[in-house]
Design a protein around this ligand. Structure first.
Ligand code: TRP
Length: 349
């Protein structure tokens, strides 16, 4: 089985769903989420947050999980988790997520979601788990031994998606193996017991991936990420120390000039102009001028989000209420699904 076949099949499903969504968003339930390991950054924003807000505004039922149990898949501390979770809610709301329309909740507050893990684990084989390319990559990056939770977290992610009968999951390509695993679990459960679950489709974003400041994938752990919560000064500093090259004339060439090109793409996404257009305007003025332009465009773009963020930071009780209410609603839904599962399995005594 070539993995490209799977990718192409998933891309096709994604395109079909997008077409249906454009005609009629009713009947779609979106579930997606983030690990609360740090602050959300521009990579998250252009990669998925914008799309979540768009789906919410189109009337899709939208659900966002803050995947707190997923934090300990590859690390052995939860030291910053409280702060990270509250700041994640703040980031969502600052970007346009409305808690009246989008349910925001955490793994740890919804026990019946986690309980789905038991029947679901019985539906996957050891070799399927070991084959997952994303799990392999994450294990290598972690430098730790493969923990039982890291090995099985794609199944836990299936619980995240299926407890609320999510049928669309906006994700990056790296998450597609997990969606495939989720579809398989849903199919197997439905065949073995009773038709309870949908087979969800991964929605691939059309957005250009915003590179980190060094041209690699934007990631907090690479130190190349512009956090939504950073101040204008912190943003300026980060951009200033990003690595460019000694060529004075600015041109867009991602392979030969990753640093300069990453800056141009950042400016492009935050201004709506093309990279070539910006490059030719800056011309011989060099990377100093480019950095000044990028700093200004990023800070201008993020200004309304950051202003809203600062307001929300002043009202932590409200942020906690949002999370409480999301957790309460998620609990109800998870309990109803678990009841259906127990019924399907003949476990109602
Ligand atoms: N693993 C996802 C990530 O690292 C986060 C996540 C947790 C998620 N549960 C999910 C994504 C369910 C989609 C659906 O980005």
């Amino acid at each position: 089985m070539a993995s490209t076949d799977t990718f192409l099949a998933q891309k096709k499903m994604s395109d079909e769903v997008k077409e249906k969504l454009a005609k009629d968003p009713s009947g779609f339930i979106m579930l997606t989420g983030d690990r609360p390991t740090g602050r959300l950054h521009l990579g998250h924003y252009f990669g998925t947050l914008k799309e979540r807000v768009r789906l919410q505004d189109e009337g899709v039922r939208t659900n966002i999980i803050i995947a707190d149990y997923q934090v300990i898949t590859d690390r052995d501390t939860t030291a910053d988790i409280h702060d990270n979770v509250l700041n994640m809610v703040i980031d969502y709301l600052a970007c346009g997520i409305r808690p009246e329309d989008t349910m925001i909740f955490t793994h740890s507050a919804v026990p019946p979601l986690n309980q789905l893990m038991l029947p679901f684990l019985s539906l996957v084989s050891e070799s399927e788990l070991l084959r997952n390319p994303t799990v392999k990559a994450e294990k290598d990056a972690s430098g730790h031994a493969l923990t039982g939770l890291l090995l099985t977290y794609p199944v836990h992610q299936a619980c995240d998606i299926l407890f609320c009968k999510g049928n669309i999951v906006p994700v990056g390509k790296d998450q597609l193996p997990h969606i495939e695993q989720t579809r398989q679990i849903a199919r197997r459960f439905n065949e073995r017991y009773a038709p309870v679950f949908p087979e969800p489709v991964g929605l691939l974003t059309d957005a250009v991936e915003i590179p980190g400041l060094d041209g690699r994938k934007m990631s907090k752990s690479y130190g190349n990420a512009i956090a939504l919560s950073a101040t204008d000064e912190e943003t300026a500093k980060l951009i200033k120390k990003s690595k460019t090259d000694s060529e004075r004339t600015i041109t867009f060439d991602p392979d030969a000039r990753p640093g300069v090109s990453a800056l141009l793409t950042t400016a492009s996404l935050t201004t709506g102009r093309t990279e070539q257009d910006i490059a030719s305007e800056i011309g011989d003025a060099g990377s100093g001028a480019l950095k000044a332009y990028v700093t200004e465009s990023v800070n201008a773009y993020l200004a309304p989000i950051r202003a809203r963020r600062r307001e929300l930071e002043q009202d932590i009780p409200y942020i906690k209420d949002v999370l409480d209410e999301g957790n309460r609603r998620a609990m109800e839904i998870a309990q109803a699904t678990l009841d259906e599962v127990r019924e399907a399995m003949g476990m109602v005594y």
